[in-house]
Structures are given as C-alpha cells and as structure tokens.
Design a protein around this ligand. Sequence first.
Ligand code: FES
Length: 351
Amino acid sequence: MHQFHDLTITAIQQEPNAVVWTLEIPEKLFDQFEYLPGQHLTFKYMHEGEELRRSYSICSSSLNPAEMKVLIKGVDGGRFSQAAQSVFNVGDTVSVMPPSGHFAISPEEEKTYVAFAAGSGITPVMGMVHAVLEQTESSQFVLFYGNSTSGDILLQQEISHLKDHYQERFSVHYFLSRQKVDVPFNHGRLDQGKVAYIKDHFLNQLTVDGYYVCGPGEMIDSVCRSLELLGVPQEQIHNERFLSDGQEISASEKIIKEDAGITVTVDGANHQFDIKAGESATLLESAEQAGVDLPYSCKAGVCATCRCKLIEGEVEMINNYSLEEWETKDGYILSCQSVARSSKIHISFDE
Ligand code: FES
C-alpha cells in the first residue's frame, strides 16, 4: 500500500511558473490509486545521491482512473520542483506512492461547498471542484481564489471551462493583491476582513456544508480565524497548508527520556525495535534507523503522509499542521513529529 510505483508522464502542460503532469495509471494499480478528491501523491526522486520526497495534490477529475494530474509549482532552489520544470519529459517515469492525505471531500447531493484558495493552494481544491460538479447532480461549489496578479492565476482555462459547463452550480471569484482591478472587492488578499465581507454579502443566503481552505500558513490562519469568529463550527472548516521554513524540530526536542520498545504495524506486518534514553529521534527516524520502511514526505508535520494511530503508550507530538481535532482525539499522530514518552509504544499505519 505504501510502496512506490513507476508511473509514466504522458503529458506536460505549462502553467505560470508551474507544470501539470498527467500520469498514466495502469489498470493493475487502479485499486491502489483510488483516491478522495483533495488527496495528494508523494514522489520519490534521487538528486545527487540524496533521496528527496515531495507531495503534490491531485488536481484532475477522478472519473477516469487511468490518468491523474498533479500541478508542480516552481520554487526557487526547490530541487524536485525545478527538475519537474526542466528535467522531466513526456515518456519519462517517476516513482510515486499511492494517494494519501486527509484534506479531502466525499461529495454528497444537495450540498454547498465553499473553498478559499491562494496561489498553488488551488491544486487540491480543483480536485474537489471536479468531484462535486461531476459526481453529483445537485450540489454547488463556490470558489474564492486569490493571487498576486492575473498572470499568476493557475489552471485558469480549466476553471473557465468548468464554469461554462456548470453555470448553475459553480461560481468563482478572483482576488488580486498586486494588480489594480475595476471592482474594489476583488482587490487585496483573502484576509479576515475580506472573509467577513464575503460571508455577509455572498454566503448569507446559503447553507454551507463545508469550508476548504488551502494556501500559505498566514492566509489559512486568517481565513480560518475569521470563519470561526463568524460562527462557523470548527468541524466544517478544513485546511491544508504549504510547507514553509522554520518547521524543523530541534535535536533537544526529540531527546528520548527512557528506554522504549517500539512496535510498528504496517501493511499487515509487525516490526519491533528498541530506542535508548538519550537518543534524539522521532518515531519515524527511529523506524528508519531500524530499517523499517514507513510512508512519509515532508517530515515537517504538514502533509500527513506519515499519519498513524497510537495503539499503546504515550508520545509527544511536537508540531501538528495537518491533523484535525477529531483525528488527534481518535489517537492519530504524525510519526515524523512524535517522540516516544513511555517504555512501550505500539503504532499502526493500517488503521
Ligand atoms: S511526513 Fe509530512 S506530516 Fe509527517
């Protein structure tokens, strides 16, 4: 389930400072690559002898199981994202782990879904838009999408196409922060004030069933805080943030205080190893050192690829930028952020 598979890139589409890869999914992998709209794929790439892992959200329709699209935004100094722009060609294969991630939607009939996206935060949201419009007959999607300038808008053609095709059920509002626009409402960032205005003027007649927020951390904090202050129940607000600097855990935060016996269940098998007091390692790092192969990508608490369930024992989760409250209440943890805090620990990736 957490294995990597070689998939072929069958098309590359240029977007502003980004590319969209179309990946071919062979029939024998249809089951494994089934996904919920909003989930992401993790890529493995060897760069100068170092293994890199990166996650990118699926932005395509899920109606065709034989292909999947991901958008890869170019990042200055980003070793994988730069290679994606210039090294990979149509016909090349890439190493990909089946979809994962908790920022996802299961569209139902007669619902209203609202998304706030900024920049490449549109990527998982596009997967959701496709699903709501194509898999239901009566649900609607309202999208608020912010960028710096009109030249930065990603997937604009696809958004327009969907808007034309589903006029009754899909509406889009663009916001530009560094370009003059005719209507003052469409100028500026998606911040607390803007969200309050939107809620008052655009959403006041609607019963919204779920809010989905994706973009840089500051934008997410601002939009989510605003929604909460406006009385939206927390369980209706879902978010996924980008990886940014400063999310690394220090060695001192990871120090183990007592010897611990660890059991890890993954893909139906149990693995056991010990860690010693004084060592400095997360559960994910300890497992790696013991030769146990576990799923992960960002190692920064953002992507939730390393999510597992704590079956027994105690851990300290240093950062959590991805699990929702119900997940932590149910015992889910991020293994890349969790440090052993009892002598016996059992975690499972199969729950
Ligand atoms: S690997 Fe991304 S949250 Fe742990």
